[in-house]
Design a protein around this ligand. Structure first.
Ligand code: 13P
Length: 252
């Protein structure tokens, strides 16, 4: 089973609309005739409409960085799938560790968000990953099992392969301390085995990305690992040249 490599940038709380437009006009010519790699940008809500418009017709897919599970309601400050669909957004990043750690995102909420996104026609990208303390205590697999099982529990089996999972060890995010190839491969193979626990065929098709201090310099080594289907890139996705270089590394 060959899975198309997937390179996603997560801008986090960076870039105004004007800055996003400058980025896109720098990125598109650099992507040129990139073939055989899927590319996504996870963009702040305020710049979604502009980035959807300026990437139309390109291979860049645009994701929100969060989404509420309900169709609508009294949820001040939240954004629904229908609101994202109206902007022609492709998908939603769900359960990023910064949302979990800083804003109280729970596995219980994600259990609702992942199927809600699929039902609304949005591609969910579910983030999982352990803290440094959990890794040191030998709790990595327990943590991943819990996060993957909760996040996928209410997804209909026939739609499991449409979910992208991003394994992002929290100790590697924004620290420059990238996981070793062995650590990345082992954790991502484990995540795939967890998906196989729901459905074997879905596990062959589901894409599992690595995230945490991915740069142009270390991307090729990570992307060559058998179970690593792509990268979720933070800091290095803010500059069009370095992001395009990572996309290039995925071409093999
Ligand atoms: P960095 O690439 O900046 O470490 O961030 C990773 C990340 O959190 C992507 O979602």
């Amino acid at each position: 089973m060959s899975r198309t490599p997937y390179i996603a940038g997560n801008w986090k709380m960076f870039k105004t609309i004007a800055e996003a437009e400058v980025f896109v006009s720098g990125l598109l010519p650099r992507l040129g005739d990139v073939d055989g790699v899927d590319v996504a940008l996870c963009v702040p809500y305020t710049a979604l409409g502009a980035v959807v418009d300026s990437t139309r017709g390109s291979r860049v897919e645009v994701y929100a960085q969060n989404m509420h599970w309900a169709a609508e309601g009294a949820y001040t400050g939240e954004v629904s799938a229908a609101m994202l669909n109206e902007l022609d957004v492709h998908g939603a990043l769900l359960g990023h560790s910064e949302r979990r750690e800083l804003f109280g995102e729970t596995d219980r909420a994600l259990q609702q968000k992942v199927p809600a996104a699929l039902e609304a026609g949005l591609a969910p990208m579910l983030c999982v990953g352990e803290t440094e303390e959990e890794r040191e205590a030998g709790d990595t697999e327990r943590k991943l099992r819990h996060q993957v099982q909760e996040g996928l529990e209410k997804v209909p089996v026939e739609r499991l392969a449409e979910v992208t999972i991003a394994y992002e060890p929290i100790w590697a995010i924004g620290t420059g301390q990238v996981a070793t190839p062995e650590q990345a491969q082992e954790a991502i193979a484990f995540v795939r085995a967890l998906v196989a626990g729901f459905d074997r065929e879905a596990a062959e098709r589901v894409r599992v990305l690595y995230g945490g201090s991915v740069k142009a310099e270390n991307a090729a080594e990570l992307l060559a690992l058998p179970d690593v289907d792509g990268a979720l890139v933070g800091g290095a996705s803010l500059d069009p040249a370095s992001f395009a270089a990572i996309v290039d590394a995925a071409r093999g």
